[in-house]
Ligand binder design. Structure first.
Ligand SMILES: Nc1nc2c(ncn2[C@@H]2O[C@H](COP(=O)(O)OP(=O)(O)O)[C@@H](O)[C@H]2O)c(=O)[nH]1
Ligand SMILES: Nc1ncnc2c1ncn2[C@@H]1O[C@H](COP(=O)(O)OP(=O)(O)O)[C@@H](O)[C@H]1O
Length: 204
């Protein structure tokens, strides 16, 4: 019987670099896990594409998905809903592939209840001032939203002990290497063969 995939959850305060690190990991040819695209009621930022960055929904549509039990978890974060489509995650894990979620802490807690075997990683900034600097430099949010996100960030960082691993994002490449190493180690710990190795065997 095929082994189920590993559910990998990455959280961290707004502006720490989750999206940057995730995009870098998924641009590496060796990456064998699948990214679960979230649903959100937030307005798309410039350059964001529906179905690529998020599935952008109205509040009414999102609430209907909640009613229909279509979300593995969901949370309200600084005035908008965010949630993970349940079918995609379950089907992909069943097919033996690892799934990568990038979600905030309230959602991660719900996932932990449903998937206690998941791998939970928390990304931290080198300092709070550097966090603020990154979110300001990104330039995607007005000042009052940045201030709200900074308040939430402090609360989120206090939750990092609920995670299996805390990874510092000082440099993007180093943070990616750390995350990849943790995933490989987790596969070895569970005495599961790394997806990279299976791919190689299948290719021969
Ligand atoms: N609970 C939950 N949080 C999510 C989901 N998708 C994204 N988030 C989190 O929602 C927060 C806000 O996301 P976003 O508005 O894109 O801002 P950014 O992470 O600062 O770029 C971040 O912490 C995301 O990781 C999801 O499906 N569920
Ligand atoms: N290691 C890093 N060093 C310096 N800047 C970074 C680093 N990682 C990300 N950034 C920058 O910080 C800002 C926030 O990153 P982003 O990936 O959008 O964060 P998040 O998804 O956690 O909100 C972006 O402008 C990004 O280019």
């Amino acid at each position: 019987m095929k082994e189920k995939g590993l559910l990998i959850v990455l959280s961290g305060p707004s502006g720490v670099g989750k999206g940057t690190v995730r995009k870098e990991i998924f641009s590496q040819p060796d990456t064998a896990f699948e990214y679960s695209i979230s649903m959100t009621t937030r307005q798309p930022r410039e350059g964001e594409v529906d179905g690529v960055d998020y599935f952008f929904k109205s509040r009414k549509e999102f609430e209907s998905l909640i009613q229909q039990d279509k979300l593995l978890e969901y949370a309200e974060f600084v005035g908008n809903y965010y949630g993970t489509p349940v079918d995609y995650v379950k089907e992909t894990l069943e097919s033996g592939k690892d799934v990568f979620l990038e979600i905030e802490v309230q959602g991660a807690r719900q996932v932990r209840e449903k998937f206690p075997d998941g791998l939970f990683i928390f990304l931290v900034p080198p300092s709070l001032s550097e966090l603020k600097n990154r979110i300001v430099t990104r330039g995607t949010e007005p000042e009052h939203v940045i201030n709200n996100r900074m308040t939430v960030a402090k609360e989120e960082i206090e939750m990092m002990n609920l995670y299996d691993y805390v990874v510092e994002n000082d440099q993007v490449e180093l943070a990616c290497d750390r995350i990849n190493s943790i995933v490989v180690a987790e596969h070895c710990r569970r005495t599961r063969v790394e997806p990279r190795y299976i791919k190689m065997l299948e290719a021969e």
